[in-house]
Ligand binder design. Structure first.
Ligand SMILES: [Zn+2]
Length: 394
């Protein structure tokens, strides 16, 4: 790709970005601290890492390339300052293979984990897209978040032998995470997001759990909507929602952990071939996916701007309509943290109704109350905002 077309894409990106921020602002708030971190993604670092990944060769079971890639990843994370790095060894068809697990401790919920994962093994080729793309996003996200405080712990997991049938992730779930009762908030899987440079790529697929067993499906739907909102806030991309299948989130899915994931909209025809190289990828598209993924990871792990005494990712406002109402209130909460507590009080200060909002858009029926004036207070992280409501029943 020429520099000119790259710059042109960047300009279009920035224009679209501003547009999307305005469109999405009512659903989820743009966090300028998250935005600053996202904008410090380095295309040079990313391109360099991807080039090194490609040059490591065909990373198949039992190959030196696979082991070299593991060591290369470990060195990268060490160079970013991580010390909690473990190699999880498992055996398959007479060969040892290795998952790489890098843990970043959360300050509020150290024992609850957001897992960001992608496989680093490849099939028949160097796998620049499948799955160098996800691997390099994990690296860059880990690099950028090293000094950022998060409420939840984050595990960056590079799985091996995905291409042999989800072998590394199945081992990790069945032999480690599940038996130890690991508390996992969310599994965020990134696999093949590098784009096909013979196509126009402007959409990323956000994947949700539509499979049996279904206990975690509803949560997966909600988190995937949130992922899509983050992708649109922190990148120039549009989003599609689709079902999750055939990648490392599935062993988690099967144990009813909550999963979500990213996959490219225009699937490359070169996966699992010797031609799965950087030259076939759409690098500006890949870079946008990276930005969205960094923003989403910060959101899922509840990153804090510790330099700023008032956390930005809390309640800023809410809107209530119609007001006056005949009995059904619509309430839009502009908060990055849920649940948000609400209470409705009479003019005498008696609480007549209370509960929690779990999402941005809510309805609250109050038909059972007498006509009159009420005060609706919503509260999160010790911040609260109160609005006067007039109920005028017909
Ligand atoms: Zn893959």
């Amino acid at each position: 790709m020429s520099i000119n077309s790259f710059l042109m894409k960047k300009i279009i990106s920035i224009t679209l970005f501003v547009l999307f921020v305005q469109i999405r602002a009512s659903a989820q708030l743009y966090n300028s601290f998250y935005g600053n971190i996202v904008n410090s993604c380095s295309i040079d670092t990313v391109f360099q890492n991807l080039t090194q990944f490609e040059s490591l060769g065909i990373k198949e079971l039992g190959s030196t390339s696979l082991t070299n890639t593991l060591l290369w990843l470990k060195n990268k994370h060490q160079s970013y300052g991580y010390s909690d790095i473990s190699i999880d060894t498992f055996s398959y068809n007479g060969n040892d293979s290795y998952n790489l697990i890098v843990t970043k401790l959360g300050t509020v919920y150290p024992n609850t984990f957001v897992i960001v994962d992608g496989h680093y093994d490849t099939k028949n080729g160097p796998g620049a897209n499948d799955n160098g793309s996800g691997t390099i996003i994990l690296l860059e996200t880990a690099r950028l978040l090293k000094e950022v405080q998060t409420d939840y712990s984050v595990k960056f997991i590079h799985f091996s032998l995905e291409e042999n049938g989800l072998v590394g992730s199945t081992h990790y779930v069945n032999d480690i995470a599940y038996p130890s009762g690991m508390d996992i908030k969310l599994v965020f899987n990134i696999d093949q997001v590098g784009g096909d440079n013979s196509k126009i790529n402007n959409t990323i697929v956000c994947e949700r759990d539509e499979s049996y067993p279904s206990a975690a499906n509803a949560d997966s739907y909600a988190y995937t909507d949130t992922l899509a909102a983050c992708m649109e806030l922190y990148s120039s991309l549009s989003t599609n929602i689709s079902n999750a299948y055939s990648s490392d989130y599935m062993p988690f899915q099967f144990k009813n952990y909550v999963i979500t994931g990213l996959y490219e909209k225009n699937a490359t025809p070169f996966s699992h071939s010797i031609n799965d190289s950087i030259s076939k990828m759409d690098i500006p598209y890949f870079f946008e996916v990276l930005k969205g993924a960094v923003g989403a990871t910060m959101y899922f792990a509840v990153a804090q701007d510790t330099a700023n005494s008032i956390p930005e990712n809390t309640l800023t406002s809410f809107s209530v309509y119609p007001n006056p109402t005949s009995g059904n209130l619509s309430i839009d909460i502009h908060s990055l943290i849920f649940p948000v507590k609400y209470s409705l009080a009479s003019t005498l200060g008696n609480i007549v109704k209370e509960g929690y909002f779990l999402k941005n858009k809510n309805t609250l029926p109050i038909k059972e109350l007498d006509s009159g004036i009420y005060f609706l207070t919503v509260e999160v992280n010790n911040q609260n905002v109160t609005r006067k409501i007039i109920l005028n029943k017909p």
